[in-house]
Design a protein around this ligand. Sequence first.
Ligand SMILES: [Zn+2]
Ligand SMILES: [Zn+2]
Length: 335
Amino acid sequence: MKAAALTAPGRVETVDLPTPAHGPYDVLVRMTAVGLCGTDLAVVRGARPAPRLPWVLGHEGIGEIAAVGSAVRHLSEGERVAIEPNYCCGRCAQCAGGFTSGCAKRVAVGLDTPGVLAEYVSVPAEFVHAAGDAGTRDLVCAEPLAVARTAVRRSGVREGGTCLVVGAGSQGLLVCLCLAAAGITPYVHEPHQGRRALAASLGAVPVESAGDGAATETEPAGHVFETAGVPEAAAWALRHAAPGGTVTFIGMSGAPLELTSHELVRRQLSLRGSLIYDHPRDFAETVALIGKGTLAPHRVLRAGFGLTDAAAAFDAVSSTPGKCWISLDGTGRAE
Ligand SMILES: [Zn+2]
Ligand SMILES: [Zn+2]
């Protein structure tokens, strides 16, 4: 089978690999589409080193079940599915408490185990969600949408609250989408004009950014979401939290936050890191919501590529407003 793999640092190529075997508790998925994000790019660029080379990339995958393991009862051949690409252990204290994103033994697809940018992937059936007839372009957004929905859930923001979203990369756009769907107007801070326009098309209100000439200073908000993962964005997020406000971080940067405990206490801020989602609830609910068709997350998709164009797709990830993705079945491409 064909797969898109990292073959040398910074180099993505199409490779031929044996079709994976699947065990009794697994399903073999014929992949139809894979979304790309900054995490994949970090593997390509070596910021998150691949365990070995060649390394199959990608973690945001959907497909159709090609074969079912002998012990799997709840899924059948031909069913359309979304893959939850974080395999928690299910046995530790965190997993037992429903906090599976905190599982120390969690296996992340595309990082710890080979990715899903391949014609066939074997997946533990527990981490495969039946998707009914949800459209390909909506469903390929399931994983990053689950990340966004979970951050919104954990933040505790309520309808009618004020909200700022820092960054309108694909994760920021999906947070805006979730907030708007919940009846909360997201004000979005994003320096890139194309991303600002895309956020506005999803119901967000762009606020001033340094250098764009806008004069008004943004009102502090009770809830701020930091999605960009760069130090300036984190600093902006902290500055724009209202007294008693909550800053939820999805973006990750290696730089320390600029905040003293004095300021934290005086302003009575709550800082919340939100990593992925908790199994199985967050992902299952997200897939079910996509099936209803009201959220239409495909609106964040922009450039679509074929599997053999994977290298070009990765090149486009950081420069394209909206999300890049790869279609493996040749249908449903964005362009
Ligand atoms: Zn991702
Ligand atoms: Zn665990």
